[in-house]
Write a protein that binds this ligand. Structure first.
Ligand SMILES: CC(C)(COP(=O)(O)OP(=O)(O)OC[C@H]1O[C@@H](n2cnc3c(N)ncnc32)[C@H](O)[C@@H]1OP(=O)(O)O)[C@@H](O)C(=O)NCCC(=O)NCCS
Length: 184
């Protein structure tokens, strides 16, 4: 069994001023520029916890509630929230600050699952996580719940997708007009 490490020891903070080349066609910051920064922050926190090179396995849902402007300072605070055997979930809080007024707002929270790799590029066990504060304990439980729900949802999706794939044309046409595909 690998050593255990405190969740707080994985905390990282990165900051970057959004530049004109980060802009979309409306002059606001392009979603991909924010996602790239989230990915870097997840890499830093997961590698800090595991002491390994980590790769991105999946992004959990990321909602963009409000735009970030070119010229604003984006700060991301990442910390490992949950670990499996070789995977680590990193929670990232994202803030944007107008440098002229100092107004700072929380724009998103993102969760990214990273996997630690050994020198041969194979998944390798990571240290257990010690959540200490109430917030860290909540995040750990939420991360575990997200993982269990993802696996349940994937299994249900694959079952239903197989039903679609084997359906006749008439059955597909009937399904196209069905208000909901969920049966429970
Ligand atoms: C992520 C990767 C290393 C997993 O390899 P694998 O052979 O499927 O490994 P395993 O099936 O043994 O899974 C290893 C762990 O990853 C987790 N995992 C694998 N795919 C996952 C996914 N899509 N989402 C979340 N977790 C995932 C597994 O649950 C497992 O976690 P655990 O050890 O904590 O239980 C492999 O798919 C990979 O290299 N992907 C490309 C990564 C990459 O290049 N990212 C950047 C994209 S540009």
């Amino acid at each position: 069994m690998s050593d255990s490490k405190r969740a707080s020891a994985s905390r990282v903070e990165i900051a970057q001023i959004m530049q004109p080349n980060d802009a979309n066609f409306l002059g606001k910051v392009f979603g991909g520029a924010v996602l790239a920064m989230i990915d870097l922050c997840a890499y830093a926190a997961s590698s800090k916890h595991s002491g390994r090179v980590c790769v991105t396995a999946s992004f959990d849902r990321v909602d963009f509630h409000e735009p970030i402007n070119v010229g604003e300072l984006v700060t991301m605070i990442g910390q490992v929230s949950f670990v499996g055997r070789t995977s680590l979930e990193v929670t990232i809080e994202i803030y944007a600050q107008n440098l002229l007024t100092s107004d700072k707002r929380h724009t998103n929270t993102a969760q990214v699952t990273m996997v630690a790799l050994d020198a041969n590029g194979k998944p390798v066990p990571v240290p257990q996580l010690i959540p200490e504060t109430r917030e860290e304990k909540l995040r750990y439980l939420q991360g575990k719940l997200r993982r269990e729900l993802r696996s349940l949802q994937r299994a249900e999706y694959e079952t239903q997708a197989a039903v679609f794939a084997s359906a006749s044309e008439e059955e597909l046409d009937r399904l196209l007009t069905t208000p909901t595909l969920l049966t429970k």
